[in-house]
Design a protein around this ligand. Structure first.
Ligand code: C5P
Length: 216
């Protein structure tokens, strides 16, 4: 392959894009980057240094220090870190630093699956495939509650739902790189779809693009 292959996956928190991205990267043997972890790493660094999340210059320094090879999902996946990440993600200068690293990653052969909020619109506008994975806020909240309960935790559905709605508003409402489907994205609504079905639907879309390209 002379050209790297890029699959861009965007969508709101909890829609299942992370699992889908992992399955597709395995199947098509591509590198994988969960870009949410890069914003989480910036937020985590500020929290560790007891700095306020609106300290933009500290956030920029933390963003420059993000090493994509060292993103530790076990510490970064905490719910509070995700909340904090969506606050530092509003700063254009922080985004610019992280986006540059994400683009370099996408360009590394053989290519990559990247998931986030602005992959198809900003990070990789020329991606070979763009998927926008979504589900209703209620379904996403229910899944999150099931996840918490399956590891013995307990939580309140209404609180989770309110959290999800707040995060959606922040991600869709910000001025720089808001969450929205790219004009040429394929929409996958997983509200009524198990992850296996979403994977099969995504594979059908991708294989179709690959077949047309082979014929061209
Ligand atoms: O996907 P995840 O929940 O890990 O992302 C955490 C936060 O990082 C999101 O709510 C969003 O504000 C921000 N983010 C972003 N652009 C991306 C990925 C994540 O703004 N490409």
């Amino acid at each position: 392959m002379t050209h790297t292959f890029t699959i861009a996956i965007d969508g709101p928190a909890g829609a299942g894009k992370g699992t889908l991205a992992r399955r597709l990267a395995d199947h098509y043997r591509l590198n994988l980057l969960d870009t949410g972890l890069t914003y989480r790493a910036v937020a985590y660094a500020l929290i560790q240094h007891a700095l306020p999340l609106d300290n933009v210059s500290a956030a920029e320094t933390a963003a420059r220090q993000v090493d994509l090879a060292k993103l530790d999902r076990t510490v970064l996946s905490a719910h509070a870190v995700g909340e904090a990440a969506s606050k530092v993600a509003v700063y254009p200068t922080v985004r610019r630093i992280l986006v540059e690293k994400q683009r370099d990653f996408a360009k590394t052969p053989p290519g990559a699956v990247l998931d986030g909020r602005d992959i198809g619109t900003v990070v990789c506008p020329d991606a070979d495939i763009k998927l926008y994975v979504t589900a209703s806020a209620e379904v996403r909240a229910r899944r999150r509650l099931n996840e918490i309960e399956s590891i013995g935790g307990n939580a309140n559905f209404a609180e989770i739902l309110a959290d999800i709605q707040r995060r959606d508003e922040r991600d869709m409402g910000r001025a720089d790189s808001p969450l929205k489907p790219a004009a040429d994205a394929h929409l996958l609504d997983t509200s009524e779809m198990a992850i296996e079905a979403a994977f099969l639907a995504a594979m059908a879309i991708i294989d179709d693009v690959l077949a047309k390209r082979d014929k061209a």
